[in-house]
Write a protein that binds this ligand. Structure first.
Ligand code: HEM
Length: 445
């Protein structure tokens, strides 16, 4: 019996006016546009043009194909982050450089580090609350962005460094604001006064200057420090070679930028979901009433808080897509993805897919509680807020600990109520609430 060989098909894509409409929507609401395209075309489709034409893959099978079964067919697709983190950032490095850097950097994220994150986090949240008064309105997302930046920078660089180098945080924010601009706008790198690229270059110049001075000061000092920068300065690979100054600079800046934007957005979505679901908020407050001391271990023993964080990262995954480039012609699901194409696996659309989650657009922490009647049992690759495999987020433990500790400190001291005027929608390369998150605050004491 002769077997018919199926010819791979070209990836489905909208054309003409429909394409223009998709592009217009995607410019601000990329993830919603991706979900609409998923509904119309299925798990594989493409849109965009030139340097921003992506081949989108959706679903647990696609994630498994890219992250577990065939990572070797892809290069990382985060060139837009290169101006910030340089060529030695983990996210932009390829094997064998990636394996070497990952081995050197990984120890800096062990459990010991998470213990110290709890104290740093509590300190900065309390500092933020010092200025709050009952009855006031606060844009929680914008304030949390600064607090989380302070926390991550202190964990990386130590409190004294930040006091000595006060401009660093401001410059990192300027750089991240550029990376959060729509991809199309980022293509226009025009170095004229007041334009975004010019502001970016100036901020990066100042930040690099500060960091190299700090690296040099540490190399010439015998004082013992316990932050991540100290660990990077001491670290060496299997051949006993340490990191160069440029590698240390690239790791430091890329870890801060990968960490604070995503984590502060994730935290803001937790608060939004709790305020949007008052019964869930009440159940959580009851659970938080059972703890009096705050340590890494106590934070791990709160199953409802854990379910809330998991569910929030499902519905609003701060990193909504993983980006790759095809190293060769790839056939997936009988579609041909040509060599050098940009490929994106949509974490956002997979997390909202009813094949894996019941009532996927509802916020239901119960779906994560073992033995609960509403428990969902999605396949492993249907839920990947931190990616998977060799590229699994190195800061996942830091991020979830920070989100949990911040929620505990916030909700134990303040009663919050929604103060937003318009419905909250998500936007951005990092999924964040458009316009922030306005809340009214009332002291609990
Ligand atoms: C809620 C917060 C966070 C989310 C949702 C998140 C999400 C992700 C995802 C999805 C990836 C995989 C990307 C891919 O495979 O294409 C990733 C990688 C990475 N993340 Fe995170 N992240 C978060 C927080 C952090 C923090 C706090 C840090 C560091 C302080 C960090 C550092 C990194 C780095 C360095 C990589 C690249 C790893 C590699 O290529 O080896 N992230 N993150």
């Amino acid at each position: 019996m002769s077997e018919t060989i199926k010819q791979p098909l070209p990836v489905p894509a909208p054309s003409g006016l429909e394409h223009m409409r998709v592009m217009e929507r995607a410019a601000t609401y990329t993830n919603l546009a991706v979900c609409e395209m998923h509904e119309r075309y299925g798990d594989v489709f493409a849109f965009g043009f030139g340097a921003i034409r992506f081949h989108w893959l959706v679903g647990a099978d696609a994630n498994q194909f890219i992250l577990k079964d065939h990572p070797d067919k892809f290069r990382m697709g985060y060139d837009f982050l290169r101006p910030i983190g340089g060529k030695n950032a983990l996210i932009n490095s390829e094997d064998p450089q990636h394996i070497r850097l990952r081995r050197v950097v990984q120890p800096a994220f062990q459990k010991k580090r998470l213990d110290s994150i709890v104290a740093i986090c509590e300190k900065h949240m309390d500092k933020c609350f010092e200025t709050w008064q009952s009855g006031e309105e606060h844009n929680l997302y914008f304030e949390l962005r600064h607090v989380v930046l302070d926390i991550i920078c202190e964990a990386l660089l130590g409190a004294e460094t930040l006091e000595r180098r006060p401009t660093l945080l401001k410059d990192i924010l300027v750089m991240m604001n550029f990376a959060n601009m729509p991809f199309l706008a980022q293509q226009f790198k025009i170095n004229l006064p007041l334009l975004p690229w010019n502001k970016f270059l100036k901020a990066r110049g100042r930040a690099d200057d500060v960091l190299y001075k700090e690296i040099e000061a540490r190399q010439n000092s015998s004082e013992l420090k316990h932050d991540i920068l100290a660990m990077l300065l001491e670290a060496s690979d299997d051949d006993g070679n340490g990191l160069s100054d440029v590698e240390i600079r690239d790791q430091t800046i890329s870890l801060v930028s990968a960490g604070f934007d995503t984590t502060s957005a994730g935290l803001a979505w937790c608060v939004f979901n709790l305020l949007d679901n008052p019964d869930t908020m009440m159940t959580l407050i009851e659970e938080l009433g059972t703890i009096d001391d705050l340590s890494f271990d106590t934070v791990q023993q709160l199953p409802y808080l854990d379910a809330i964080v998991k569910e929030s990262l499902r519905l609003y995954p701060p990193a909504p897509a993983g980006l790759r480039e095809a190293k060769e012609d790839i056939i997936y699901d009988n579609y041909l993805i040509e060599k050098d194409s940009l490929v994106a696996f949509s974490i956002y659309a997979t997390h909202r897919d009813e094949r894996y989650f019941s009532e996927p657009l509802s916020f239901k922490p119960e779906r994560w509680l073992k033995g609960h009647p509403e428990e969902d049992k999605p396949p492993t690759f249907a839920y990947v807020p931190f990616g998977s495999g060799a590229r699994y987020c190195i800061g996942a433990g830091v991020a979830t600990t920070l989100m949990k500790v911040s929620l505990i400190t916030l909700l134990k001291q303040w009663k919050l109520s929604p103060a937003w005027q318009k419905p909250i929608v998500d936007r951005g390369n990092t999924v964040a609430p458009k316009g922030g998150l306005a809340v009214s605050v009332e002291s609990s004491s």
